[in-house]
Design a protein around this ligand. Structure first.
Ligand SMILES: Nc1ncnc2c1ncn2[C@@H]1O[C@H](COP(=O)(O)OP(=O)(O)O)[C@@H](O)[C@H]1O
Ligand SMILES: CC(=O)N[C@@H](CCC(=O)OP(=O)(O)O)C(=O)O
Length: 280
């Protein structure tokens, strides 16, 4: 069945981040165009984040959180609220909107059907040859993927909508950066396209100059841009996610502007002139 589905319909994995969810109108416009891709005959999988919604709930309960290289340090107590925001709120909203637009979505996290098994993530920092290992609490990384449930759902024409939370093999839950969760999955599913929605038009040589948008870039050049400081902050996990996707089996990764929902419609077009495309 897995083979049949992956052969019959090209898979597109879309990373839908919190910045492209800033208003209900924008959410509907984004999801409407994702539904259009589905009705054009593509098998669509959505992995979502929801950073601003997590921040809102943590502020309400007065829990401080800090980001270390794109990962939110997460205590066991904070994790309960992260899950409330992501699975309790965002996931349900995304599923509701898709259903109201005429497609049928199924809301999941990594634990459903054992899709994702996580392991604890440690941030390693190299300071002149001295490697320090930072423990970020309940932050995880993808360790194993079991795509059976996703293939079953795609086969039956559903849109799986997956929250970036997953347990380790002993059942301890982890908060996983949504870009990295989505990139790992896109690679494993041999996605035709890994589409990453963010709040800028793509990778730029100079963030303050939209004309410096890079249309296509190799993994080699990405590494160089990170070393040179051209790629910074939240763009680092995003490009890392694109690397994971294309190295593990996706045909290409394209970073587009989720605040310009019309760009989604060009994602599957090989000759598209939107965003930044990353290939092996
Ligand atoms: N070279 C670059 N090109 C484009 N954006 C960059 C670059 N380096 C860093 N950025 C920053 O990365 C941000 C996107 O990452 P992030 O804020 O984490 O997005 P999201 O919330 O969509 O996951 C952009 O808004 C931009 O400020
Ligand atoms: C470990 C870690 O950083 N997890 C992220 C998960 C959500 C996310 O990635 O959301 P966006 O895609 O909207 O940024 C977090 O807690 O913010």
């Amino acid at each position: 069945m897995e083979e049949k589905n992956s052969k019959s319909k090209p898979i597109i994995v879309i990373k839908y981040g919190g910045n492209a969810m800033v208003s209900e109108n924008l959410q509907r416009a984004v999801l409407k165009n994702i539904c259009t891709l589905k009705s054009q005959g593509f098998a669509v999988v959505i992995v979502h984040g929801g950073g601003p919604f997590i921040q809102e709930i943590l502020d309400q309960v007065d829990i401080k959180s800090e980001f270390i290289h794109g990962h939110r340090k997460t205590t066991p107590e904070a994790l309960r609220y992260v899950e409330m925001a992501l699975k309790g709120r965002v996931n349900g909203e995304v599923v509701n909107i898709i259903n109201s637009l005429g497609q049928t979505a199924v809301g999941l996290s990594g634990r459903d059907g054992k899709i994702i098994t996580a392991k604890r993530y440690y941030h390693e920092h190299n300071d002149n040859g001295n490697i320090t290992r930072m423990d970020l609490g309940q932050v995880g990384e993808v360790s194993q993927i079991n795509p059976r449930l996703i293939y079953l759902l795609l086969e039956q024409d559903y849109i799986p909508v997956i929250t970036c939370i997953a347990p380790d093999k002993d059942g301890n839950s982890y908060n996983i950066n949504a870009d990295l969760f989505a990139g790992s999955l896109a690679g494993h599913l041999n996605a035709r396209v890994f589409g990453v929605l963010t709040d800028v038009d793509g990778l730029m040589k100079d963030i303050n100059n939209p004309d410096s948008l890079i249309r296509e870039i190799s993994l080699q050049n990405i590494k160089q841009f990170i070393d040179e400081g051209v790629i910074k902050g939240g763009m680092i996990p995003k490009t890392e996610a694109c690397r994971l996707a294309v190295e593990r089996g996706a045909s290409r990764a394209t970073i587009i502007n989720g605040k310009k929902p019309e760009q989604i419609l060009s994602l599957m077009d090989e000759n598209q002139s939107i965003g930044t495309t990353i290939k092996l």
